[in-house]
Design a protein around this ligand. Structure first.
Ligand SMILES: Cc1cc2nc3c(=O)[nH]c(=O)nc-3n(C[C@H](O)[C@H](O)[C@H](O)COP(=O)(O)OP(=O)(O)OC[C@H]3O[C@@H](n4cnc5c(N)ncnc54)[C@H](O)[C@@H]3O)c2cc1C
Length: 431
């Protein structure tokens, strides 16, 4: 387990900040063969233990994940069971989960440290799939599930023996979660599930789904429940792996349910509380996604500085043009502002505060900034930036999802408006 590997890692020295982006010759001072970047220790929320945790994870990424990313991207799926087992064995799938279920029982800052380090993977699809397991499909189960349910589904998810997915969105309901149509109706000790889910990350490979379904007729915020659904039950049809713009190595399923029977004991917590549990679960999902977006942005700024420092046009490196190096400095500054907002939000969350407003601000800012960074950087690569051969084009495609998945930018703006007391209460149109 990680606690053991952590103590074994005590000899590893603290990371050192590398400020090698600009040299007088516009050639990077150090050319690293590593596929990862190390930004050193940020004392605001991290300490030596976080650093060791990240270094242990970085080794797995360097050795076991990054060498295969190109292949998995072209195959449009990565082997989730194999990768999750590696991560589970090392303790990375249950950093914030209770020890009695195989987790490390650490506070959320450690979860954020892991999410941030996963940003060293050379694509967004694989970190996103891991985040679904650790921070999207399992938080409600860990918090409100029965002991039996946790033994059966949380323990193997933390160990990396099972792959999970989260089933909220549907073809007719994404941003408006309250309007989902899937039903779970009680019958003879079971729930009978009918309906379908759309955009389900890990859905082609998952062993179980944390399903949001309507279990009653009441108001739409009080008639929903979360149910653990084993994916091998009769009546579950995985219709397709959706062909997407980016995040190719992550499978995204469209799934139908036809009279699927699942025991009522698979209900998480109280019936009718599903919407509330899911909204709580969204907080961790959003903070997780925000942390995972940091390194991709800094990696492409760094790579763009390196590339444009070598590439000559009109007798000088592209980077020597003020419009180019000023733009990279601006982007780097924006990323550091974003990092500060995120760390401040995480610190408040660890202290037990409701951070819905700040997590929404982070998500909004992260989505927009990752689009801005990847688009601006891609420009400085010229034709090379328009090929599949460079990381910047992959991130340009992959990062786009951040303004859509897990709540679109406009949904984040609505939440922020609500907290600012400026959201008009407009009557809903009948559908
Ligand atoms: C790669 C990927 C992976 C995903 N993984 C999962 C998963 O694992 N599980 C899961 O349940 N879901 C998943 N999703 C679904 C995701 O959460 C939804 O796509 C997202 O919530 C948006 O819903 P929608 O696509 O139905 O867009 P819609 O709800 O149709 O909205 C379309 C657009 O309308 C605009 N809009 C929406 N509401 C407002 C408003 N109030 N004011 C102004 N404009 C508005 C926004 O710009 C939005 O992008 C995934 C999506 C993607 C793309």
């Amino acid at each position: 387990m990680l606690t053991k590997s952590l103590s074994a890692l005590k000899h590893i020295s603290r990371g050192v900040r590398h400020f090698n982006i600009r040299t007088p010759s516009f050639v990077p001072a150090e050319t690293s063969t590593s596929s990862c970047i190390d930004l050193g220790v940020d004392e605001s929320i991290y300490n030596e233990d976080h650093t060791q945790l990240r270094q242990a994870l970085r080794k797995i990424i360097e050795k076991e994940i990054n060498p295969h990313v190109d292949q998995w991207e072209s195959e449009k799926q990565f082997p989730a069971h194999k990768v999750f087992k590696l991560l589970g064995d090392a303790g990375f799938l249950g950093v914030t989960k209770p020890k009695e279920y195989g987790g490390l029982g650490l506070d959320y800052s450690y979860g954020v440290a892991v999410a941030e380090e996963l940003g060293n993977i050379n694509c967004v699809g694989i970190p996103m799939a891991i985040g679904v397991q650790t921070d999207m499909a399992t938080p409600a189960l860990a918090r409100f599930g029965s002991d039996k349910l946790k033994e059966e589904f949380l323990v193997p998810a933390i160990a990396g023996d099972m792959v999970s997915c989260i089933g909220v969105s549907e073809s007719g309901a994404g941003s408006d979660v309250a309007s989902i149509r899937t039903t779970a109706v009680k019958k003879e000790g079971d729930y009978i599930i009918n309906g379908g889910k759309m955009w389900i990350t890990n859905g082609c490979q998952a062993d179980w789904m944390c399903l949001l379904a309507n279990t009653g007729e009441g108001p739409s915020h009080q008639n929903k429940s979360l149910v653990i659904l084993p994916m091998n039950l009769p009546g579950i049809h995985v219709a397709r792996n959706i062909d997407k713009l980016g995040c190719h190595s992550s499978d995204t399923a469209e799934i139908y349910f036809e009279d699927v029977r699942v025991p009522q004991s698979h209900l998480i917590g109280e019936e009718g509380m599903g919407f509330t549990y899911q909204m709580l679960q969204f907080q961790e999902e959003r903070l997780w996604g925000c942390a995972a977006a940091l390194l991709p942005m800094q990696k492409i700024i760094r790579q763009t500085a390196e590339y444009s420092g070598h590439r000559i046009a009109f007798g000088r490196p592209i980077l020597a043009n003020q419009t180019v190096h000023f733009k990279l400095a601006e982007l780097e500054s924006e990323v550091e502002c974003y990092r500060s907002l995120l760390y401040r939000t995480v610190a408040m969350y660890v202290e037990g505060n409701d951070v819905t407003k700040f997590a929404s601000m982070c998500k909004l800012k992260g989505g927009r900034l990752s689009r801005q960074v990847s688009d601006s950087c891609l420009q400085f690569w010229g034709g090379m930036g328009f090929t599949q051969d460079v990381l910047v084009s992959r991130f340009y495609r992959d990062c786009r999802v951040m303004s859509i998945g897990g709540g679109a930018d406009e949904v984040m703006l609505s939440i922020i408006c609500k907290y600012m007391n400026i959201l008009p209460n407009l009557p809903k149109q009948k559908t």
